[in-house]
Design a protein around this ligand. Structure first.
Ligand SMILES: Cc1cc2nc3c(=O)[nH]c(=O)nc-3n(C[C@H](O)[C@H](O)[C@H](O)COP(=O)(O)OP(=O)(O)OC[C@H]3O[C@@H](n4cnc5c(N)ncnc54)[C@H](O)[C@@H]3O)c2cc1C
Length: 198
């Protein structure tokens, strides 16, 4: 009997990756999109294969960040107050996860998904002209002050669960070399899996 094709709906990063692997496993695949391939969230993103992004937004630190976020128009969590009644049930549930136990559970779940992101992308483009675009590199976090770095300690505790231990460079020179931080006593942290930090 002729094998039936597998239909993948959505030709973004997830759909395309799924389709490629299904083909590699010998399946016939039909990839469908309501628009053009790669024009959803996968279009024009920052292009970072974020292996370090293991700590979720819903962590205990959200409790003291949320009030600021909710009132700042450019924040990732800005809310128009008119929407509060309809948003409230979701918000309560969302914030109920902003505790240490749930955060650790999320981190444990995310680590196996993101830890090999670079290798996964390399294997997707192997043998194509896109190979040159996937490179391993270190990633720098730059803080305006040591106090700001210490305030972010919980994130680093969570990243440590994934084996991501930063090399910390104190002082404005180190920070300025990595980002335009103006005149500040910066802290710069480098993490990566591409070998020892330079
Ligand atoms: C500005 C921005 C920057 C980002 N930067 C990064 C980054 O640096 N690193 C990182 O890891 N992630 C980043 N992300 C997140 C990342 O881009 C997304 O998580 C990822 O692209 C999601 O891929 P996807 O395939 O799930 O969704 P999409 O790329 O949105 O693909 C979904 C596809 O499904 C199609 N579709 C939807 N409904 C239907 C339907 N009913 N029938 C047919 N087709 C349908 C859409 O047209 C679309 O093409 C960024 C996102 C944004 C918006």
């Amino acid at each position: 009997m002729k094998q039936k094709p597998i239909i993948v709906i959505g030709a973004g990063m997830c759909g395309v990756s799924t389709a490629i692997w299904l083909q590699r496993f010998g399946h016939r695949v039909i990839l469908i999109d309501k628009g053009q391939p790669g024009m959803g969230a996968s279009f024009g993103n920052a292009g970072l294969l974020a292996q370090w992004a293991v700590d979720p937004v819903t962590s205990p630190k959200l409790w003291w960040k949320a009030p600021k976020y909710l009132t700042q128009r450019n924040s990732p969590f800005f809310m128009k107050w008119g929407h509060l009644p309809s948003m409230l049930p979701w918000l309560v549930k969302y914030m109920s996860h902003a505790n240490d136990n749930d955060t650790r559970q999320i981190v444990r779940g995310v680590i196996p998904i993101v830890s090999d992101a670079v290798e996964q992308h390399k294997s997707l483009v192997r043998g194509t002209t896109l190979e040159k675009w996937i490179v391993d590199s270190k990633f720098s976090f730059v803080y305006p002050s040591e106090a700001a770095f210490k305030q972010d300690g919980y994130s680093w505790k969570m990243k440590a669960l994934a084996g991501l231990i930063p090399k910390v460079i104190l002082g404005a020179a180190g920070a300025r070399g990595r980002a335009n931080t103006g005149t500040c006593d910066g802290v710069s942290c480098r993490i990566g899996r591409a070998g020892p930090c330079d």
